[in-house]
Ligand binder design. Structure first.
Ligand SMILES: Nc1ncnc2c1ncn2[C@@H]1O[C@H](COP(=O)(O)OP(=O)(O)OP(=O)(O)O)[C@@H](O)[C@H]1O
Length: 217
């Protein structure tokens, strides 16, 4: 099986505080991986290290066959939705996606279609600061999808989504898997993860304490 992310002996300390310790994980192509565990257990930090946004204290990280090194700007071909790196609030949803399309040299013609897909109105002229949390979450998902990346990371995408939003999320994840994508998704909703994931990594205090294989779907 082809693996698209490999993490070996990852440690991350910030000001002597251990944030991640001895993280080892292998992510295989075209599978969905759930990341579970209490607040502050290290799920988001793992995503930031994979993306190349945060340097590890030690350990080896390989993404899409490229080792993440000190001089790596960021991992290639990974789409992500992480609250901290969210949309510009003084711009519209369309403008936020246009900016990403420009930066990533992606096709911007498909933006209205992508907005409809995530359940937002393509002709909405409101700025993101006027959006509800759920609308921001949907835009953030569109931001992850705009580059048609092979690896997708969704940090707590279930937050602020209503019942219909959760159903959309499930069908979006299934669509993306059918397209051959590899997906990493954190959530406090264990039932949600069990429904969608092939495997769940359970975090506690900066370590992975358990790996749960979910039976064939
Ligand atoms: N820049 C930073 N400086 C200091 N500590 C940090 C920094 N970023 C994260 N941490 C700490 O690292 C730990 C792990 O945080 P992380 O965001 O990865 O947790 P998480 O599992 O994603 O939690 P949540 O479920 O709340 O999203 C927390 O204790 C957090 O306070």
């Amino acid at each position: 099986m082809e693996n698209v992310i490999q993490i070996k002996n990852l440690y991350k300390k910030i000001k002597k505080k251990v944030i991640l310790q001895n993280i080892n994980l292998t992510i295989n192509k075209n599978k969905i991986y759930g990341f579970s565990g209490p607040n502050g257990s290290g799920k988001t930090m793992t995503f930031k290290v994979i993306l190349g946004f945060v340097r590890p204290t030690s350990g080896k990280i390989v993404v899409n066959n490229e080792e993440i090194r000190k001089d790596t700007l960021f991992a290639q071909d990974v789409g992500f939705s992480i609250t901290e790196y969210g949309p510009l609030i003084h711009k519209t949803a369309q403008e936020n996606l246009e900016l990403l399309a420009l930066l990533g040299k992606h096709n911007s013609e498909k933006i209205p279609q992508l907005l409809s897909y995530v359940g937002l109105k393509p002709d909405d002229k409101r700025k993101v600061k006027e959006f509800s949390l759920g609308m921001k979450q949907r835009l953030s998902i569109a931001m992850a999808l705009i580059g048609d990346a092979d690896i997708l990371i969704f940090d707590e995408p279930t937050n602020a989504l209503d019942e219909e939003g959760q159903q959309f999320l499930l069908s979006m994840l299934k669509d993306q898997k059918k397209l051959g994508k590899t997906i990493l998704i954190s959530s406090h909703d264990k039932n949600f993860l069990t429904e969608i994931a092939d495997k769940i990594f359970v975090y506690s205090d900066g370590s992975i304490i358990r790996e749960e294989e979910i039976s064939e779907k």
